[in-house]
Design a protein around this ligand. Structure first.
Ligand SMILES: NC(=O)c1ccc[n+]([C@@H]2O[C@H](COP(=O)([O-])OP(=O)(O)OC[C@H]3O[C@@H](n4cnc5c(N)ncnc54)[C@H](O)[C@@H]3O)[C@@H](O)[C@H]2O)c1
Length: 323
């Protein structure tokens, strides 16, 4: 658990950077954080400390180390060079702006070990765009987490065309080791998979709400009390597979109907104009804007409870397999 000499650098300690720090520290790694704004780093440490204490209280700490031991593994670096120079894995978390990411990676490129892995949390910028001009471009990979990474462990891994295959393998193994669920995106694609899927759902919802087929509240109910109930522990392909006698039967029964409905989906529409006003107004009725922070805390309590339930059920599965 000591992982002596293994240092992970977490560049920029914003929302996602903080979560990465906690995940690596819980697995026993030394974590160095850096941000151009020093106040963000001290703020990050304060918040991490509180979160670790809270997780400890609720019996949800990850790994075998105590909250204090995990906290002591995270330290502040005063320069970018100091943060990354000895690190074997560097996770960059600057805001989602391609020019900014390119600039920060060009700087990182000067300081990193030639065998280090340079990862970016980018939600949708292609790995080849960020890494094209780098001397160490063969060491670059996108590691896109789901927010909040502590409770939604899926991470998308996507290489650039010139990334060493070993980088993908090592990153996959590292993600599993720290308790995340990596998926490999085999080729670069805008939005990777999570966001393509999310936007497909939002896009169809937008058209249905625009055309007065359903209200915002009822659309969300379809998701949370319908599809979402299953999707919390089973994907859509397995769901369909179980819903009939396998995929061949599912196709015989439903392929024509699904094709007909898919063809009726409308053109993509920018999320602006009168539908935007309607969506904003209805959401404000469900959760008034001044209560957003309260509702985020409610969401995190729900996610924590769900994570605990899923963890308990996975334990049950393991025990059943062992019998
Ligand atoms: N928040 C999410 O839901 C989420 C989920 C998955 C991936 N991501 C990705 O993670 C990355 C970081 O997102 P976040 O939500 O943590 O952002 P954030 O705004 O919370 O943190 C960004 C950090 O970057 C620093 N920063 C701002 N401007 C800078 C500059 N010019 N130079 C250097 N540092 C600067 C800030 O001080 C801040 O600490 C983005 O690429 C985002 O797309 C975010």
């Amino acid at each position: 658990m000591r992982k002596k000499g293994k240092i992970v650098a977490n560049v920029i300690s914003g929302l996602i950077g903080r979560s990465w720090s906690m995940l690596f520290a819980a697995a026993g790694y030394q974590v160095r954080i850096y941000d151009t704004d020093p106040s963000r780093m001290s703020q990050a440490l304060e918040e991490i400390k509180l979160q670790l204490q809270d997780l400890d209280k609720r019996g949800l700490l990850r790994g075998e180390l105590t909250a204090d031991e995990q906290f002591s593994r995270i330290t502040i670096a005063t320069t970018l060079e100091e943060c990354v120079k000895d690190s074997f894995f560097i996770q960059e978390n600057v805001p989602e702006d391609a020019e900014l990411k390119k600039k920060v990676h060009a700087e990182l490129d000067k300081y990193i070990r030639s065998d280090a892995i340079l990862a970016s949390s980018t939600s949708a910028i292609l790995p080849s765009i960020i890494s094209e001009g780098l001397a160490h471009r063969n060491r670059f990979i996108v590691v896109h987490p789901t927010n909040p990474p502590f409770y939604a462990p899926m991470v998308e891994l996507c290489s650039a065309p010139w990334t060493d295959p070993e980088v993908m393998e090592t990153t996959r193994a590292l993600m599993k080791e720290i308790g995340q669920q990596p998926v490999t995106i085999n080729k670069e694609i805008d939005g990777f998979v999570l966001n393509r899927l999310q936007y497909a759902i939002l896009g169809e919802g937008w058209r249905l709400i625009r055309d007065n087929v359903i209200s915002v509240e009822d659309f969300d109910t379809v998701m949370k009390h319908g599809l979402g109930r299953r999707y919390a522990f089973m994907g859509p392909f397995e769901t369909a597979y179980l819903n009939s006698e396998g995929w061949k039967v599912y196709s015989e029964r439903y392929a024509d109907m699904i094709y007909r409905i898919q063809k009726s989906f409308g053109e993509p529409e920018k999320m602006v104009g009168p539908t935007l006003d309607k969506v904003q107004e209805e959401c404000n009725k469900m959760v008034p804007m001044e209560k957003l922070q309260e509702r985020r805390q409610w969401r995190d309590r729900r996610l924590t409870a769900l994570a605990k339930l899923i963890k308990d059920m996975e334990e049950e599965d393991k025990q059943a397999e062992g019998q």
